[in-house]
Design a protein around this ligand. Structure first.
Ligand SMILES: *Cc1c(COP(=O)(O)O)cnc(C)c1O
Length: 360
């Protein structure tokens, strides 16, 4: 068996020990005689798995008791509709900061349900920065203010948590959740698709302040009504059971590494290896404003894009895959989520040096 260094933006690499444990427990989970996939979601075994996963996530993120944690389906793109349906609470509009591709999707979908007020945009610099908080034209009557805390495609990450006062802050954290400690109490709602930093695709995590739920639009599907799901412990419909089990193993892995502070140190170290090399090289470049560079997704370009194919081919031959940038931005992108070891980034930089020497 050979495992590659997988730089995929998502679904992405998982910690190898988690996959090994899942493999060992595949046919018989803890003497139950069943795979987790085969369990009733209402049986005592799965209820224990679900409860432990929620407990570990609460502990890792320091989630206050007045927040609900929901394990749902529909993905982060689903939340672009589900959040306004649940959180407009009789109001007509929500605020949003446009920092790139994922923000644009949120704006487009949100317009089906609300008036969308773009309070700031980094379009003028081609989405290579986060607009300074002082420039945001916020509406005090907005139902909430939405940000994408890490633009997975552009490689732009917030380095601050905006203080939106009485207007609840909503964040799409799909690609940087669990990468570092955050203060959950500063947010009204956090959501994330699991397939970047948590586990398998198919699970969507929603963390929502209790007082914001219970006023969903009448058209809201019951399976996506946060209050109905909170009251049913996320089991109004069958939850994505196997994905919740794997997410639970990932939470335990993060705890064993020392929690989110240790994850941040690990992620900063990895990102520095790559960004420092990019800064020193005149062969490769990274367009993102300093201070807004993502710790999770690192886009970069070669001096001559005619060399892109050769670069990717050589990387693959050396066991490094999924480095091609998103089609909307081109170039390369290395996604280096929690599960990517330092050795993976070091191997990438060693190869980049070798390629530079051969082609500069
Ligand atoms: C991957 C991603 C999404 C899309 O998630 P789906 O699971 O495909 O719905 C949305 N937002 C961000 C920030 C992402 O990284």
């Amino acid at each position: 068996m050979t495992r590659v260094f997988n730089f995929s933006a998502g679904p992405a690499a998982l910690p190898e020990v988690v996959l090994q444990q899942a493999a060992a427990e595949m046919l018989d989970w803890h003497g139950s005689g069943m795979s987790v996939m085969e369990m009733s979601h209402r049986g005592k075994e799965f209820i224990a798995i679900h409860a432990q996963a929620e407990k570990d996530l609460r502990e890792l993120m320091g989630i206050p008791t007045n927040y609900k944690v929901l394990f749902l389906q529909g993905g982060a793109i689903g939340e672009n509709a589900i959040v306004p349906m649940n959180l407009l609470r009789g109001k007509a509009s929500f605020d949003i900061v446009n920092t790139g591709e994922w923000s644009k999707k949120t704006i487009k979908e949100g317009k089906k349900y609300a008036k969308v007020n773009v309070v700031a945009t980094s379009e003028a610099d081609n989405f290579t920065s986060v607009p300074a908080f002082e420039t945001w034209k916020r509406d005090p009557d907005a139902a909430y203010l939405h940000i994408c805390s890490n633009e997975t495609i552009g490689g732009v990450e917030y380095n601050f948590t905006p203080d939106t006062g009485d207007v609840p802050l909503v964040a799409d954290m799909s690609s940087n959740i669990l990468s570092r400690p955050i203060d959950v109490s500063k947010y009204g709602l956090i959501y994330a698709g699991a397939q970047k930093n948590i586990g398998p695709a198919g699970l969507t995590i929603v963390i929502v302040r209790e007082d914001l739920i219970g006023q969903a639009l009448p058209i809201t599907p019951s399976a996506f009504d946060f209050k109905q799901q909170a009251d049913a412990d996320s089991m109004y419909n069958t939850p994505p059971t196997y994905a919740i089990y794997i997410a639970g193993l990932v939470f335990q892995w993060i705890k064993a590494q020392g929690g989110l502070a240790a994850m941040e140190a690990h992620n900063r170290k990895k990102a520095a290896v790559l960004y420092d090399y990019l800064a020193a090289s005149s062969f490769y470049s990274n367009p993102i404003a300093e201070g807004c560079r993502s710790l999770m997704n690192v886009p970069f370009r070669l001096k001559d894009e005619a060399l892109d194919e050769a670069f990717l081919k050589g990387a693959k031959e050396r066991g490094m895959v999924q480095l091609k940038g998103h089609r909307s931005v081109g170039g390369m992108r290395a996604s280096i989520y929690n599960a990517m070891p330092v050795a993976g980034v070091e191997a990438l930089v060693a190869y980049m040096k070798e390629f530079e020497a051969a082609h500069a």
